[in-house]
Design a protein around this ligand. Sequence first.
Ligand code: FES
Ligand SMILES: [Fe+2]
Length: 428
Amino acid sequence: MTANRTAAALSELVDKLDGVTGKYESARGLPPECYYDEDIFEVERQAIFMREWLCVGRADQIPEPGDYFTITLVGEPLIVVRGDAGTVRVMSSVCRHRGMIVTGPADGERDEWLAETSETKGNAGRGFRCPYHFWMYAPDGKLIGAPQMNRTPCFNQDDPALSLPNFRTELWQGFIFVNFDQQAPSLADRMGPVDELIANWRLSEMATEEPAHLANLPWNWKIMHENSIDVYHVDRLHFPRHAVLPGKGYRPLDVDTKDAAIVFAHIATHKDFALSPIGTPLVPVLANLTDEERERSYVVFLPPTLLIILNSDSAFYRVVHPRSAGVIDIRQTLMVPKAYRDLPNYGDLVEVGSNMHMRLNYQDYMVDAQIQRAAKSIVAPRGPYAWNEDAVSGFDEWVARRYHSGATAGAGSHPAAEVSTPELDFTH
Ligand code: FES
Ligand SMILES: [Fe+2]
């Protein structure tokens, strides 16, 4: 992928964005090539994924000092780790010596050489030891050991450039976010109005169930999100499973997060609803909700990765991480108050609830995979939107604005290349 090709793809694309206004009354969808063209994905990598806050998971997945998990975001191998003082860090897993993935496997059979590096989790103890030459890094990324390097005059173990780069990290409502751009405005600072709206769910205190990891799903990251925030289809594709949250319940909300989130409410057919087989919660309704809150869902979407749905008895989240234009990984699970884990038969109840969610999800995934195939059709549409697809047209416009700013950032010959080099924070 050359910078020239990326720039050419971007300049061709911006000419086609006029109809992407964000207003359902008149908006058209994004051009079909935005869903499969690798040059456009490279534009998105630089103008979106290297600039926005990306969710990697939940803080309670690493409760103790040294607890960590690894994750790969747009090709960047990362370690998410809790430090001694409780700080949560997201840092690179690329060894500062010759570039081995520090948390990668050291041994394996023939097929494993060819396979992608698997993600791991555990407790780092004293730190992370690179399996290649045993350089040792503390849990905060600092280099604390490098065998036989004492004969190398230019080697200085304390050189900050030899620590694993720590990327900007923020916690919001118990979710961990990373940003590769040092200049990006704080996420948590912009989310105040959402904090107020969803305060009664006490999301940061909720316990996170083990997320399901669905890898290599064959559709574009925007198709996944557009499907998740489309309220038009719920009465039709999902009939009758979604009846308690009907399409007519869509309510756009004017919540100003300075472009960090798209938020709407979804009014249910009755108080204390649930997307369970019986339409009511299998676990107790959350203790602090008002009557109004017990009759609605809130959907909080933080593009480009995180979708949260707050229901009367629990909350659900899904993170979407693209690998390429047409392939994503998703991780999704439920969150409930910690005390619910002590309920009799809690595991069975979660299983029933999850099965129902998965049946709904599978219908969505069938659609997503087919939309991806059809995006390459010579007659692929840029159709008009229904009133309750208003969040979808709003998201398309969110994306289009970033294509535009990618183009503006590089008024010279390599528009997208201009935004490709984030300044890294090597401090600890
Ligand atoms: S590459 Fe990691 S120690 Fe050499
Ligand atoms: Fe759906």
